[in-house]
Each structure stands twice: as C-alpha cells, then as structure tokens.
Design a protein around this ligand. Structure first.
Ligand SMILES: [Zn+2]
Length: 270
C-alpha cells in the first residue's frame, strides 16, 4: 500500500550496478532503509529527492522490517547553504551520523526527528556550527546512557561557577572542591558555562553568544573527553571534522601571532 510521508535523507550508497540504498529519517516511522532501483542511472526521477541532507515529501511503500520503497518525491527543503559550504557540511555530517547512531532503526522517534529538523534549519541560517554540534551532543548524551549534572557542584550544591568537570564522578566541582578529583579535566570554566547555557536555553538564544577560538577549542575538548569516556563511538565524519578544526585552529593561531607582532611593531619607538 502506498503511504505519504515526510523524511530527511541521512545518506545513500550504491547497491549492485545501478541501484542504491537510501537511508531516510521518516517523521512517522523513524529511520528506514529504502531500495531505489536504477537510482545511479542518469536522469532518475528520484535523484534530487534522495540527496543527503534534503527534506522531502514522499510516496512509497513502508515495510516494518527490511527494505522499503520510494515511488515519488517532492522537495520540502534543500538546505541550500549547507549544500554549498564545505565547513558546515563537515559539522552536519558528524551531527547526522551521531543522530543516526542514537536512533534505533524502524522505530518512530519524533524527538530525534524534530532535533535533526531544527538543527538543520539553524545550520542553514549559518548559526555557529560548533555550538549547534555541542547542543546535539548534550541532547543525545542521555540517549547513550550518560547523565551528567551540569547544574551544581557535586559536593556543596554551589550553583555559581567557576566549575571544573570530574569525569570519574560524572559531575561538576566548584573551586572549593577542585581537590576532590586530582584528575579533573582542568577545562576553562567558560566552556562549562556555555554547556550550562546550551542545556537551559533554546538554540535561538545562542546566536548572540560571541566566542573566541580558545573557548571553542576548550568546548570541543570538553565534549570529546565526555564522549570518549562514556559513549566511545568511532565515527568517520568525526575524524574529518577534527582535521578541519585543527586546520582552523592553526590558522587562528597564525592570525593571533601576526596581530601580536603588529602590536609590538606599533609599540616600538621610532
Ligand atoms: Zn563545591
């Protein structure tokens, strides 16, 4: 029976000579794999509706288990900015793989569908991709079975920073209790502050936060440590993103150094 449904394309891969498998996060039935015959032949009518990171309306046959089938498509959003920007694509690729990893196939999951839809909209508006990535990582953390209390110190309920994070005790330490974990992360307190903001505010509020590259890389280190310790995923898109961020970090460092040299030159007496 033909069904009408909305979905976001997660990825596609070639299958046999000309066919393809397309994974789509459907709004009604969760993530499902679709078989599309002849998709890799030129001018296939479903070509533009099976591009990764597009949102479409479909007509097709849904099977509870195994492969499902697409008949027709209609574009809802192409997320044009995302399709054109290599940097944003790197963040999106990681976010999509992370959402896919957290989502069981063939089970409706409106929460994660809305998360992905919302995040793609925000990224398409070119909102800070580093913050959105952290937002998604925080959102999914409980789904990977990890609960970290970012609200207050583990020992004295102090709710005002500066804080550091204890991985061992899965919680925050205020400055009076730093000594309770000699292996505390020694993370910049502003990175923790941002995590707290991301947990309590909608993404719309985040726009105004202006961050320097040092805090952003501390934020990256914080989330990487948490994911390494508690989630342990190895995603290809993450190593690509890491490489890209390293290049940006080095470029920023060079820029800072040039700026400093300029200032020194200015201060030199004539
Ligand atoms: Zn404390």
């Amino acid at each position: 029976m033909n069904e009408s449904f909305e979905g976001i394309v997660l990825f596609k891969r070639p299958y046999r000579d000309h066919d393809a498998l397309v994974k789509i996060f459907t709004e009604k039935w969760g993530t499902k794999m679709f078989f599309v015959k002849g998709l890799n032949k030129p001018n296939h009518p479903l070509m533009s509706y099976t591009l990764p990171l597009t949102k479409n309306q479909y007509i097709g046959t849904i099977n509870q288990q195994g492969l499902s089938f697409l008949k027709e498509g209609q574009s809802l959003s192409m997320y044009r900015h995302l399709q054109m920007d290599v940097d944003f694509q790197a963040y999106v690729a990681y976010i999509v793989q992370l959402v896919d990893a957290a989502t069981a196939d063939n089970e409706p999951n409106p929460t994660n569908y809305q998360l992905l839809e919302h995040v793609l909209d925000k990224l398409n508006q070119q909102l800070a991709p580093q913050l959105i990535t952290t937002y998604v990582e925080l959102f999914l953390l409980p789904q990977f079975g990890t609960h970290i209390n970012f609200d207050q110190c583990l020992y004295c309920d102090e709710a005002k920073g500066p804080f550091d994070l204890s991985l061992r005790q899965q919680g925050l330490l205020c400055s009076k209790h730093y000594h309770m974990d000699e292996f505390r992360l020694r993370i910049h307190p502003n990175a923790i502050y941002i995590v707290q903001q991301l947990q309590t505010h909608a993404l719309n509020h985040i726009q105004s936060v202006n961050l320097n590259s040092n805090i952003l890389s501390e934020l990256r280190r914080l989330m990487d440590e948490i994911y390494k310790e508690f989630v342990g995923l190895r995603l290809k898109s993450k190593s690509y993103l890491d490489q890209l961020e390293k290049i940006h970090d080095e470029a920023n460092l060079l820029k800072d150094m040039r700026q400093k040299n300029k200032n020194v030159d200015k201060q030199k007496p004539n």
